[in-house]
Design a protein. Structure first.
Length: 336
């Protein structure tokens, strides 16, 4: 396709996957919609790879309500700048970019605020760029803003073979930490070890507290990362040392039962964080700093493991696999 410029902008039709109302994977529909010219501060991106994230499922199901419906799902992708609106000087037509934090990624092409676009180094493949930012910036948030992980730290990562979990392991190891991972099967244990986990606890019903105590000489970990939800968060409290931190950032296994303040202290003396990476990425300066660090790490070899790729039209099948735990690494969608 011939790339356009400011002088030859035209409205075009693009293929998208969207929802009209919250629900299951069957609520995803493929449609062709008109895409307007980029306005001030916007660019048009021809997308080459689209990252799949659990937040897409939360938004599809209504757990995280979207501001307006119908809505195109997806929060990250990689592609090529196809057209530039007024007042955009830092990007060029034909430039490879990636972005995260802007809903509407399940599309062959889309409009994007220019400040979201991060140039992609030639050494990074589109599939890596499309799956690195949301997870990488989440890891950045969790390991810098929530708890500063360093060489003396011991961390616990649930779902350590998943896309985000394995990246949390890699980032923590890059910072010199000792990492304990949990996984649901022996096959996934191999993936967690390959990502750098020093110890792996196998089994969703494992006694995490007892296993962690045995691995840490009874001390517990400094920080635990729980994107699983369900009853996992309550069981995780027993894994963390006094005055340690528990970070809860997802509910892949279902809603989290209510916790009483007494579950955190004074006996345990724990700090509980419930951060939102979308809120973190809403701060332009923070977003761009974290994105640059994530891409630098990817270029140096600390990148997400790219999993299965699905055609955009098979987004429902991708959601089913992601929800069921059938995926490993970072799954992605490929536009037509």
């Amino acid at each position: 396709m011939t790339l356009t410029n400011r002088a030859t902008l035209t409205t075009l039709s693009t293929r998208v996957v969207r929802i009209r109302e919250p629900g299951g994977p069957d609520h995803l529909e493929t449609a062709d919609i008109d895409l307007a010219d980029p306005g001030p501060g916007q660019i048009r991106v021809r997308q080459t790879a689209i990252g799949l994230n659990f937040i897409d499922i939360y938004q599809r199901s209504g757990l995280y309500p979207l501001p307006a419906l119908p809505a195109v799902l997806g929060i990250e992708a990689a592609g090529v700048v196809e057209a530039i609106g007024p007042d955009v000087a830092e990007l060029a037509v034909g430039q490879r970019i990636a972005y995260a934090g802007e809903v509407g990624a399940y599309a062959a092409a889309r409009l994007l605020p220019a400040w979201r676009a991060v140039p992609v180094p030639a050494a990074i493949a589109d599939s890596v760029a499309a799956t690195a930012l949301a997870r990488g910036i989440t890891a950045h948030m969790l390991q810098t803003r929530i708890y500063a992980v360093g060489a003396e730290s011991t961390v616990l990562v649930h779902s350590a073979a998943g896309g985000l979990g394995s990246l949390l392991v890699r980032f923590a190891r890059r910072r010199g930490a000792t990492v304990i991972g949990t996984v649901g099967s022996a096959a996934k244990a191999d993936i967690a070890r390959a990502a750098g986990a020093d110890h792996v606890i196998v089994g969703r019903d494992a006694d995490f507290g007892r296993e962690v105590a045995a691995l840490t000489g009874g001390a517990g970990v400094d920080v635990a990362y729980d994107g699983v939800g369900g009853d996992t968060l309550r069981r995780t409290l027993d894994c963390v040392r006094p005055f340690g931190t528990v970070a809860s950032f997802g509910e892949s296994a279902g809603p989290i039962p209510p916790l009483a303040v007494e579950d955190l202290g004074p006996r345990r003396s724990l700090m509980l964080a419930r951060p939102s990476v979308m809120r973190y990425m809403a701060e332009p300066a923070v977003y761009r700093l974290a994105a640059a660090e994530v891409l630098d790490a990817a270029a140096a070899g600390t990148a997400p493991t790219v999993g299965r790729a699905y055609p955009l039209e098979q987004a429902a099948a991708a959601h089913i696999d992601l929800e069921s735990g059938a995926t490993t690494g970072c799954a992605l969608l490929l536009p037509p």
